[in-house]
Structure formats: structure tokens, C-alpha cells
Design a binder for this molecule. Structure first.
Ligand code: NAP
Length: 256
């Protein structure tokens, strides 16, 4: 029997692969055999070096995903540089914090554009390639969107982030419904509280840090590497009959 988690010969786009969760996922996919297109506005030099050290191919694809202008180029450049596209991980995202009574339109639009609009249009561009590949007998595709605890909960002082990540949950299900018959699985990973730049302010706030830790059954912040197993599962044939699922990797946060 072949290993259903083996990603040898697969090409994965990971957005926001230079740091944090994106870097952790890129390395996990590479360790399982995938070649990596590291997409982002900051050059993912460290990630690319680490992927190559694992014996896989890795290329930087520069793109600022605050608009949808680069999405088709991201797909085209990946296919050109790495010879195909089988896995898309929509990880790049931002957060803005302010009381809802003071929240600005700029903070609303910036978060929605990066976390939801660009995610949808990159899914669309990748799916057009994957569907053609499937119809030509070359295997379909795997799309993994990065959701959040705020796909399920309300949060506080992050209205556009909550709206965007709740949107990612709905979009993941909609795209799964449309593309399941076209050889693509669409699922999401909802990370719990993971120690990255995104949560730096929370980790430094003594009260919030204590409150968060008290609620996590695992008793610690997550590490980007903790997302690796879920990403490999959802990127591999092991998950071929898993559709529209939002998989929490949260140390038990949602179980409380
Ligand atoms: P992070 O360390 O801040 O990483 C965010 C990544 O997104 C960075 O690579 C960043 O690039 C990239 N990015 C942001 N805006 C971009 C743009 N306009 N164009 C291209 N790339 C852009 O935070 P993280 O925690 O790893 O976050 C990764 C994802 O996980 C996000 O979607 C976040 O919402 C989600 N998430 C995180 C947590 C957590 O606890 N950390 C929990 C739930 C969900 P730069 O380095 O250039 O800014």
C-alpha cells in the first residue's frame, strides 16, 4: 500500500510563507515531499532555504495580496517555475484591533481585502488550473484556507477580522460544494492561539496572556509546527473524501 500522506511530485503554493504559520505549513508539506512556491510580499528566503535543505524545490513568488491584482500571475509563475500546481494554502492574513465604536473603514477594508477577497480570487485562479488538470487526467487539487477560532466565535475588538474569518468558513463550504465533483477538495484549518507576529500583542499583554493560557486545555500557546500534521492530511490523498471541513488545531480551546 502506498503512503496516503505522501506528497512527492506535488507542487504547493503557500501564501505568507516567510514566517509564522505559513512557514510552519510550508516546511511540513516539504517534509512530506511537496515542492513549494513561497508567495508573499516579504521574500521568504529563510523558508526557501529550509525547504531546499529538505531536498525539495522551492521558489519565491513575490506578491502583495492586499489586492487581487497578482493572483493570476501567482498561479502562472508557480506553474512555470515548478511545473504544476496541486495544493493551495491560503495563509496570508492580517488583523487590526480597535473598539468597534472607533473602527475605521480603512481597517475594515484592509482586513477584508487580504483575508477574504484575495483568498476567494486566488482559490478561483488555482481552481481553474486544477480543474483543467483533472479533466486531462492529471489529478485534481487540494485547497486549504486558514480560518481562525473567530470562524466559530465572536472575539472582541477585531470586527473585520471576525467577519473575514467567518467568511472564510462559509466560502470553504461553498467552494467544496461547487468543486468536489471537479477533483478538488476544499477545507480549512482553524488554528487556536499560535505564537506568531499576529498574536504578539496578546502574548505581551499579561492579563490577556494569562486568560488565554487558563482556557487552553493543552496549557500552552501553539507553535507553527503544530499545524503541520493537519496541513499534510488536508493536502494529501488521505483526505480525498473530506470536503468543506474546518479543522480546529487549538490545543482543545473550542472543547472548553
Ligand atoms: P504572521 O506571522 O503575522 O504572518 C502573516 C503572514 O501573512 C505573513 O507572511 C505576512 O507577510 C503575510 N501577509 C500579510 N499581508 C500580506 C499581503 N498583503 N500580501 C502578502 N502576504 C501578506 O501571522 P500568523 O499567525 O502566521 O498568521 C497566518 C494566518 O493564520 C493568518 O491568516 C492569520 O489570520 C491566521 N491565524 C493565526 C492565528 C494565531 O494565533 N497566530 C490564529 C488563527 C488564525 P509579511 O511578513 O510580509 O507581513
Amino acid at each position: 500500500m502506498t503512503n496516503p500522506f505522501d506528497l512527492s511530485g506535488k507542487v504547493a503554493i503557500v501564501t505568507g510563507a516567510n514566517t509564522g504559520i505559513g512557514q510552519g505549513i510550508a516546511l511540513a508539506l516539504a517534509a512530506a515531499g511537496a515542492d513549494i512556491a513561497a508567495v508573499g510580499r516579504s521574500a521568504a528566503t529563510e523558508t526557501v532555504g529550509q525547504v531546499r535543505a529538505l531536498g525539495r524545490k522551492a521558489e519565491i513568488v513575490s506578491a502583495d495580496l492586499s489586492t487581487i491584482e497578482p493572483v493570476q500571475r501567482v498561479v502562472d509563475e508557480t506553474v512555470e517555475k515548478l511545473g504544476g500546481l496541486h495544493i493551495l494554502v491560503n495563509n496570508a492574513g492580517i488583523i487590526r484591533r480597535a473598539d468597534s465604536v472607533d473602527f475605521t473603514e480603512e481597517d475594515w477594508d484592509a482586513v477584508m481585502d487580504t483575508n477574504l477577497k484575495s483568498v476567494f480570487f486566488l482559490c478561483q485562479a488555482a481552481a481553474r488550473h486544477m480543474i483543467k488538470q483533472f479533466e486531462n487526467g492529471g489529478g485534481g487539487g487540494k485547497i486549504i484556507n486558514i480560518a481562525s477560532m473567530l470562524t466559530f466565535q465572536g472575539g472582541i475588538r477585531v470586527p473585520s477580522y471576525t467577519a473575514s474569518k467567518s467568511g472564510v468558513g462559509g466560502l470553504t463550504k461553498l467552494l467544496a460544494n461547487e468543486w468536489a465533483s471537479k477533483g478538488i477538495t476544499v477545507n480549512a484549518i482553524a488554528p487556536g492561539y499560535i505564537a506568531t507576529n499576529n498574536t504578539d500583542a496578546l502574548q505581551k499583554d499579561e492579563t490577556r496572556n494569562r486568560q488565554i493560557l487558563e482556557r487552553i486545555p493543552a496549557g500552552r500557546w501553539g507553535d507553527p509546527a503544530d499545524l503541520g500534521g493537519a496541513a499534510v492530511f488536508l493536502a494529501s490523498s488521505a483526505s480525498d473524501y473530506v470536503q468543506g471541513h474546518v479543522l480546529a488545531v487549538d490545543g482543545g480551546w473550542l472543547a472548553r
